[in-house]
Each structure stands twice: as structure tokens, then as C-alpha cells.
Design a protein around this ligand. Structure first.
Ligand SMILES: NC(=O)c1ccc[n+]([C@@H]2O[C@H](COP(=O)([O-])OP(=O)(O)OC[C@H]3O[C@@H](n4cnc5c(N)ncnc54)[C@H](O)[C@@H]3O)[C@@H](O)[C@H]2O)c1
Ligand SMILES: [Zn+2]
Ligand SMILES: [Zn+2]
Length: 431
């Protein structure tokens, strides 16, 4: 079968690989109809999240049709249409039962304290093959799959695999509630989804910070207020926009590949830190791509976290969903402590949120599909990755068409084009 595979930093390929098989009674094999490329995948190709195995199938976002189930998968049958949560969880241990699926005791082959397990990631994340492939093996399929009604199309559903639940989780970590002013760092797909998630959780105002014009434009189309860090100092802008107070809640949706501003007042201010950031980057991204301008790790790994803390109001709260590898250790603990901030962070407990989010889309309360900005056949996945890496115009969320038989085409689900789209109103009960 065709699959997108990792061969080294800056080296991904479309390979022919063997089809997966059921290995355990709780497994299912899913034929993928639609997959997607994520900012998390970029960290692996840039080397800023290391420990990838050569030949690993990439991808952790997908929708598909069940091909086969193991004998202990009692709630699904072949032919069911499903979305696959990115993190793998057993559904049995005390963590899963309490909703902390990303901290499952059984999913990681290296034991209880080895960390979160997700598809298509490094060995430290379980070393499981991913979902940018024609078929995928899903362990613990009884909780590792969520059924989809045909009212939810593939574009909407693939955003519910990772991006939207992560944004929802980020808003919960930041403790967003009625009337809050929320700052979102990063206007990639996760940051864009955080606009809708924060609004659905009651936010009064949402301010989005990024340096990419087309992404800020997309945020503005969701009626977020936008700040371009290449034109303004984002901390000063957020403090000014909030009457000198700062944002009540901050969602950090950038992670370890944060970039320095190229120009403007923030460039002047952060320039003094360039050597320190370079030292952080060299420690984090040990393997580096050949220096041809592609797959470059961010040049300021802790900058988004620093800005998040600085733009928060005193006694405010910060939720970090931007990804950092285990050995990233620069965080402005002193400033956060002095401001009495509440900090929460982590890998999304996808399975906790996806079923309710499927219902929200199906009911028309939420339509995330405008956030899919490009479609590409899986055969062109490598060039789609390259365009996404270079942040080419509107290469923001790339969905991959894999094997369309059985897919619900974009716009054909009843939820598409209904409700208020990604600008849906507030008042949804907390998940
Ligand atoms: N915690 C989780 O479970 C989870 C799940 C999915 C994704 N993620 C992470 O969320 C982050 C965002 O994902 P994405 O798909 O939107 O990625 P992306 O790469 O498309 O978006 C990142 C955005 O951050 C912007 N940016 C760069 N430097 C910045 C800075 N200093 N300040 C503000 N913005 C800056 C970039 O211009 C870009 O638009 C990634 O780190 C990804 O790994 C986490
Ligand atoms: Zn993802
Ligand atoms: Zn578990």
C-alpha cells in the first residue's frame, strides 16, 4: 500500500509498504478515506522533535471505513465509518476512565510512565505507524475509533481527529469561561480552531497573534482580533488592547518551532535574545536538515511560551498545547510565579472530546470545514508537506485524499454550511 514515511530529518517519501494486519484481539484495520498533515508532523521532519525511526509511517489524523475488527472489538463492524483519535488509549486503566486518555497506563510499549502514545510519532511516543497511508492498524479499537454519522463530511471529520479536540482542550486548560478575553498564540490550524473553541466556551473577545498574513486573515474571517508580530510587539499590543490588564486566558498553539519576528518593534526587542534562542534550538534539534532553506526548526523555541506568560493578566491562566519534546526545558517560571498565573499543558485527551464534537458538527452548531485550506491526493503528499513547511499562501490545513470510496465529500454532510460556521456562538455545555 502507499504510505508517507520518515527516512531522516528533511527526508520523507511516498513508499510502498506492507498492509497492516490485526495483531491483537482489540485491534481494527481501517481503510483510510481522508488523512491530513499537521504542524506536529513538521516538528518530526524538521528534527525539533527527535527520536523518529527510519521507515515510520507518518500521520495521526484520519477518517476511514473499518476493514476488519479483532474478536474483542464488540462495538464496531466492518463497513462502519469512523474518525480516529490521534492518541492511543486502552479505555480500561484508571487514567482512561478519568478522561486522561493521553496518559493511558497501557498504550505505551515502554510502560506506564513512558508518556503519551500517538500514531506516526517518535519512539518516545510509542513508535506506532501512522495514518497517512491506505490502511492503518488501530490498537484498542473499542475506544480508539469514534463512529461518524453521514451528516458529518470527511473535511469536518478529519479536523475532529486531532486539531479541533486539541483546540478545545487548550481552551479548557486555559480555563476559558464566560466573558473572558482570550489571546491565542499561533494562527495555524490549531490556533484557528481555538478561536471557535474559545468562543463556544464563552469567550467575550479573542485576540490572535501570528506573523503570517494569510493566517491572520483567516482568523479575522472568524471575527477574531489579530496582531501581526512582524508589525507590532504582540505583548504590548495585547496589553494595550485590554486596557493595560493583559489577556485573562492565553492559549499557546505554536510550540517548539516558534520563530523570531523578522522585523518591527518585537524584532528589535527579541533580537537581544537571539544567541540564547540559538543555543536552545541547538540543544533541542540535534539532527539538522541540509541547510537549503527547507525544514528549518524554529529559531526561538521558547518564544511563544514567553510571550504567553508576558501577555497574560495578573492571576490569569495559560493553556499550552503547542508541542515541546521531553528535553525542552526553557520556560519563564519566575515571571509566571510573580504574576500568580495558573499554567496547564499537555497532549490532548482526544477521545474525551471527540464524540461530543461530532454531535456539535452534526447538529450544525459548529462547522470547522473552512479551516481545510488545501486538498491534495496522497500521491502528492511530499510536495504538500513542502508547501506547508514553507507556509506558502493558504497552505494552512492540508487534507489528503487517500481512498475516496465510502467518504462523505466535503459539503455533502448535513452539518456543512449550517449553523454559524466556525464563528458559532457561545452557550455550549462544558465537556
Ligand atoms: N498538545 C497536543 O495534543 C497537540 C495536538 C495537535 C497539535 N499540537 C501542536 O500545536 C502546535 C500548532 O499546530 P498547527 O498544526 O496549528 O501548526 P502550524 O505549524 O501550522 O502553526 C504554527 C503557527 O505558529 C506561528 N508562529 C511561529 N512563531 C510564532 C510566535 N513566536 N508567536 C506566535 N505565532 C508563531 C506560525 O506562523 C504558524 O502559523 C504545534 O506545536 C503542534 O505540534 C499539539
Ligand atoms: Zn495533528
Ligand atoms: Zn488506559
Amino acid at each position: 500500500m502507499k504510505a508517507v514515511t520518515w527516512h531522516g530529518v528533511g527526508d520523507i517519501r511516498l513508499d510502498d509498504v506492507p498492509e497492516p494486519r490485526i495483531q491483537d484481539p482489540y485491534d481494527a484495520v481501517v481503510r483510510i478515506t481522508t488523512s491530513a498533515i499537521c504542524g506536529t508532523d513538521l516538528h518530526f521532519v524538521r528534527g525539533s522533535v527527535p527520536d523518529m525511526a527510519e521507515g515510520r509511517i507518518l500521520g495521526h489524523e484520519a477518517v476511514g471505513i473499518i476493514e476488519e475488527t479483532g474478536p474483542q472489538v464488540r462495538n464496531f463492524r466492518a463497513g462502519d465509518r469512523v474518525v480516529i483519535p490521534s492518541t492511543v488509549a486502552c479505555g480500561v486503566c484508571c487514567y482512561c476512565r478519568a478522561g486522561y486518555y493521553a496518559q493511558c497506563d497501557h498504550a505505551h510499549p515502554h510502560g506506564r510512565r513512558a508518556g503519551s502514545t500517538f500514531f506516526g510519532g517518535p519512539e518516545s511516543a510509542g513508535g506506532l505507524d501512522g495514518l497517512q497511508a491506505e490502511y492503518a492498524r488501530v490498537p484498542y479499537a473499542h475506544v480508539g475509533l469514534v463512529p461518524l454519522p453521514d451528516t458529518v463530511d470527511d473535511a469536518q471529520a478529519v479536523l475532529l481527529s486531532d486539531v479541533f479536540p486539541t483546540a478545545w482542550f487548550g481552551a479548557r486548560l486555559a480555563e476559558v469561561s464566560s466573558g473572558d478575553t482570550v489571546a491565542v498564540l499561533g494562527a495555524g490550524p490549531v490556533g484557528q480552531s481555538a478561536v471557535a473553541a474559545a468562543r463556544l466556551q464563552g469567550a467575550g473577545r479573542i485576540i490572535v497573534v501570528d506573523g503570517a498574513g494569510d493566517r491572520l486573515e483567516l482568523a479575522r474571517s472568524q471575527h477574531a482580533e489579530t496582531v501581526d508580530f512582524n508589525a507590532e510587539d504582540p505583548v504590548r499590543a495585547v496589553v494595550d488592547l485590554t486596557g493595560g490588564i493583559g489577556a485573562d486566558r492565553v492559549i499557546e498553539a505554536v510550540g517548539v518551532d516558534a520563530e523570531l519576528p523578522a522585523h518591527g518593534p518585537a524584532a528589535a526587542r527579541t533580537g537581544a535574545w537571539a544567541a540564547r534562542f540559538a543555543e536552545e534550538r541547538d540543544r533541542i534539534a540535534v539532527q539538522r536538515p541540509a541547510d537549503d532553506g527547507a525544514w528549518l526548526p524554529g529559531d526561538a523555541p521558547s518564544l511563544a511560551a514567553r510571550w504567553a506568560v508576558s501577555m497574560a493578566a495578573k492571576a490569569g491562566s495559560v493553556g499550552v498545547v503547542g508541542v515541546y519534546p521531553p528535553h525542552a526545558d526553557a520556560f519563564p517560571v519566575g515571571e509566571a510565579m510573580q504574576k500568580n498565573l495558573t499554567l496547564q499543558l499537555g497532549n490532548c485527551n482526544h477521545r474525551r472530546y471527540i464524540p461530543r464534537l461530532v454531535s456539535l458538527v452534526s447538529s450544525g452548531a459548529l462547522d470547522p470545514s473552512p479551516l481545510v485550506t488545501r486538498w491534495s491526493p496522497i500521491e502528492d503528499a511530499v510536495s504538500a508537506y513542502e508547501s506547508f513547511d514553507r507556509r506558502e499562501h493558504r497552505w494552512s490545513k492540508v487534507a489528503l485524499t487517500v481512498s475516496p470510496a465510502g467518504a462523505v465529500s466535503p459539503g455533502e454532510g448535513a452539518g456543512a454550511g449550517t449553523g454559524a460556521g466556525t464563528t458559532a456562538g457561545s452557550g455550549v455545555q462544558q465537556l
